[in-house]
Design a binder for this molecule. Structure first.
Ligand SMILES: *[C@@H]1O[C@H](CO)[C@@H](O)[C@H](O)[C@H]1NC(C)=O
Ligand SMILES: *[C@@H]1O[C@H](CO)[C@@H](O)[C@H](O)[C@H]1NC(C)=O
Ligand SMILES: *[C@@H]1O[C@H](CO)[C@@H](O)[C@H](O)[C@H]1NC(C)=O
Ligand SMILES: *[C@@H]1O[C@H](CO)[C@@H](O)[C@H](O)[C@H]1NC(C)=O
Ligand SMILES: *[C@@H]1O[C@H](CO)[C@@H](O)[C@H](O)[C@H]1NC(C)=O
Ligand SMILES: *[C@@H]1O[C@H](CO)[C@@H](O)[C@H](O)[C@H]1NC(C)=O
Ligand SMILES: *[C@@H]1O[C@H](CO)[C@@H](O)[C@H](O)[C@H]1NC(C)=O
Ligand SMILES: *[C@@H]1O[C@H](CO)[C@@H](O)[C@H](O)[C@H]1NC(C)=O
Ligand SMILES: *[C@@H]1O[C@H](CO)[C@@H](O)[C@H](O)[C@H]1NC(C)=O
Ligand SMILES: *[C@@H]1O[C@H](CO)[C@@H](O)[C@H](O)[C@H]1NC(C)=O
Ligand SMILES: *[C@@H]1O[C@H](CO)[C@@H](O)[C@H](O)[C@H]1NC(C)=O
Length: 624
């Protein structure tokens, strides 16, 4: 009897520990690869060293990866704001826990009990789903649960609390997706981001849609953090934004601490609290110009495979991935593969959002600065892939299935610029973008043409600048830049939240305007380009059109709500190109953009700025 009672108690406790998804990583099917829940459970029999008042929700709340009936909720419930320093590795767990099993429970290894609840109303009168789970230093005190049994396309409020106490987290707001295959009742609005670099400025871009309450969901296309030491890249000293730990990050503690530091930015905090996020990583979540088994730092020399402190390149990547899964409100869609973040979201029959990983998963060697000529030589090799064969097949199949379901739009969230971008008359390209992987781009185009897949919207980040293009398979299909005939979709590539201009950190308006004009002249399918502004864009996706509104941020030196409307574009169903207006331009009403270079159009340079905090408009720079 007693034995049975004990066993069932342990099973129940394991279930609630398992409710914290971060214990299951990297594999639910192979528990030995995750944190030993059995051993964490064993430790909870000790009295907690902390009273509820000593515990804090140190980094607010977040939600993400919405489905029509479930969503991921995140928080961190910790005895302090610092991160766990144990450098745990998967193989290191056994050893750590054997020590604990001697009955010696260190305070740092004790567990925190957390309750959570979600409701369609702020007062939680009717709770839609709730639960109890645990966290501990093993997972840096992060909590990640899946709220289930939710109604489709519904706004929800959620909150965590320390068990048996009134110590609650901030109130979070989130939203489920529309039901699969069903009509959607409203246009859906997304804010699209990339390249947020803490020591380069305040993350005002994240706060503006919160202040405007203008979107349903947030997309991040990667470079959510940067791995550098302050000063190596950025001027955090002058802004009071030193990214901790202040060194190039390599250990598990380093990656946890770096993400944690970013999450103290009040606008990032507010965006996570108010909107569900859907994210993919680019290179800097691990290191600069990563590919499947390397990074820019490597020179193919023996010493370059081991970092200071004896951390190998593979260990560094494992550390980065582990911290990312702990801290981001992301689902692990394939339980045996926690390097996989490529996944699909179905927004009713309106659109599919296909999120790719062109960086960490299985990318062939990229431009590492010392090998540019070599990458140029091999850029047209058939064997080169950004995604690897598994992800490529999945990508093409997902596009075809989306069409077969009669879903109207296919929105592809990818890291790097897809379109051909010639950078000089003599034919220089950025081989770290799709331009260095021509076969992969051809196969993507071939899939669209052969299966008559249309209404394709590619999204990209990574470049720190804005690029809007028709999607054109040059050399294979004719293209008329004036009418857009010959295109199979559009690409919207957004600027950085704060990372600097790619042609010079403080490049002037004149310099950037010249360069933008040069780029649009060289690339006729590139309909608009701007290099000057840091910013983001909002996509409004409806049955009648997809609208893209680009915003530039005039001042990142302080936390403020200022933004400038830079350009608006429309895509109509079936047109497969940027919509042309009467005058042949691709922008609405005026045939003009605020900055940058527009094919067949004007640049206003009005500096008209919206303060999203007050709702007022003013001319930035003091001009009347
Ligand atoms: C928790 O937060 C409160 C309020 O910010 C602070 O006073 C307290 O010191 C924090 N506790 C710990 C253990 O960090
Ligand atoms: C929570 O607060 C209420 C109202 O102040 C109080 O009655 C109750 O005892 C508190 N609960 C706990 C567990 O401290
Ligand atoms: C790689 O080579 C470059 C240029 O030769 C050098 O600056 C850099 O320090 C080298 N990096 C490593 C890790 O050896
Ligand atoms: C974690 O790794 C860092 C860098 O290698 C090292 O300085 C530190 O002592 C390690 N911490 C522990 C607890 O092993
Ligand atoms: C890709 O397509 C272009 C245009 O047809 C062609 O020039 C190029 O050789 C193709 N490359 C590969 C690897 O298929
Ligand atoms: C391209 O399209 C424009 C606008 O429809 C048209 O006037 C022009 O003749 C077309 N050019 C070619 C080469 O077909
Ligand atoms: C568009 O181009 C195709 C060939 O690529 C041509 O057959 C068709 O007539 C063109 N349409 C228009 C409206 O110019
Ligand atoms: C750009 O401006 C920042 C902030 O004023 C300054 O710290 C930095 O040194 C400048 N960078 C360059 C390359 O001039
Ligand atoms: C920038 O360009 C404008 C217009 O061509 C010109 O009037 C102005 O003097 C230039 N400014 C600088 C700093 O070169
Ligand atoms: C973009 O559209 C908005 C809303 O219609 C408008 O207020 C804004 O002026 C437009 N921006 C540009 C650059 O035309
Ligand atoms: C417009 O803003 C830019 C910086 O964003 C500034 O350099 C320029 O002086 C401003 N122009 C006017 C007319 O105020």
């Amino acid at each position: 009897m007693k034995l049975i009672g004990l066993v069932s108690l342990a099973a129940g406790a394991s279930a609630t520990f398992g409710g914290n998804l971060n214990y299951q990583s990297p594999s639910l099917h192979h528990p030995s690869l995750g944190v030993s829940i059995r051993k964490v459970v064993a430790r909870t029999y000790a009295t907690s060293p902390w009273t509820p008042a000593q515990l804090n929700f140190t980094h607010g709340v977040a939600s993400g990866d919405p489905y029509s009936d479930s969503i991921i909720l995140w928080t961190r419930a910790a005895p302090g704001s610092d991160n766990d320093k144990s450098n745990v590795t998967v193989s290191g767990y056994a050893e750590l826990f054997t020590h604990d099993n001697d009955g010696f429970v260190k305070a740092s290894k004790a567990t925190v009990c957390v309750d959570w609840k979600i409701s369609a109303t702020k007062d939680f009168v009717k709770v839609a789903n709730n639960g109890r789970t645990y966290t501990s230093s093993d997972v840096d005190f992060t909590v990640k649960v899946e709220a289930k049994k939710l109604k489709a396309f519904t706004t929800y409020y959620y909150q965590f609390s320390i068990c048996n106490s009134n110590n609650t987290s901030p109130l979070g707001r989130t939203k489920t997706l529309p039901e699969r295959k069903k009509k959607v009742s409203a246009p859906i609005k997304l804010a699209v981001y990339s390249c947020s670099n803490y020591p380069f400025g305040f993350f005002n871009a994240y706060g503006n849609p919160v202040r405007k309450d203008s979107v349903d969901y947030v997309l991040h296309l990667g470079d959510y953090i940067y791995e550098y030491q302050n000063g190596a890249y950025g001027w955090g000293d002058s802004l009071g934004r030193i990214p901790l730990p202040n060194r190039e990050i390599v250990t598990l503690y380093d990656y946890r601490k770096r993400i944690a530091t970013y999450r103290t930015d009040l606008d990032l905090y507010a965006s996570h609290q108010n909107f569900p996020w859907i994210t993919v990583w680019d290179d800097h979540e691990v290191a600069d110009n990563t590919y499947k088994d390397g990074m820019a730092h490597l020179n193919n020399s023996e010493e370059s495979f081991v970092h200071d402190g004896g951390i190998s390149v593979d260990q560094r990547k494992a550390n980065a991935v582990r911290a990312y899964f702990e801290w981001m409100p992301i689902r692990q869609v394939e339980m045996d593969d926690n390097l996989r973040i490529w996944r699909n979201f179905e927004f009713g029959d309106l659109f599919d959002l296909i999120m790719l990983d062109t960086r960490q998963y299985d990318r062939s060697i990229t431009d590492l600065y010392w090998n540019t000529e070599y990458i140029q030589e091999i850029s047209n090799d058939n064997g080169r892939s950004l995604m690897g064969p598994r992800q490529e097949s999945w990508f093409y199949r997902t596009m075809r299935e989306s069409k077969a379901r009669k879903t109207l739009w296919r929105v592809v969230g990818n890291q790097i610029i897809f379109s051909r971008i010639s950078q000089s008359a003599s034919g220089l390209f950025n081989y770290d973008q799709w331009d260095g992987y021509l076969a992969n781009r051809n196969r993507t185009f071939a899939n669209m043409y052969e299966h008559k897949i249309d209404n394709n919207i590619m999204l990209a980040g990574d470049s720190h600048a804005s690029w809007v293009s028709d999607l054109v398979w040059l050399g294979e299909h004719g293209y008329n830049a004036t009418s857009g005939n010959g295109s199979v979709g559009v690409e919207f590539a957004g600027s950085a939240v704060s990372s600097p201009c790619p042609i010079g950190q403080n490049a002037t308006l004149n310099t950037t305007a010249l360069a933008s004009g040069f780029l649009t002249a060289l690339n006729p399918e590139l309909q608009w380009q701007d290099l000057f502004y840091r910013g983001y864009f909002e996509l409004t996706i409806g049955y009648d059109a997809v609208q893209a509104a680009f915003f530039g941020l005039p001042d990142l030196a302080t936390r403020n709500g200022f933004e400038i409307s830079l350009a608006n574009f429309t895509v109509r169903p079936g047109e497969n190109r940027l919509h042309r207006y009467g005058d042949g331009t691709t922008v609405s009403s005026t045939g003009a953009v605020e900055r940058g270079s527009l094919q067949r159009g004007k640049t206003l340079a009005s500096n008209l700025t919206h303060d999203t905090a007050t709702g007022k408009y003013f001319v930035f720079g003091g001009a009347k």
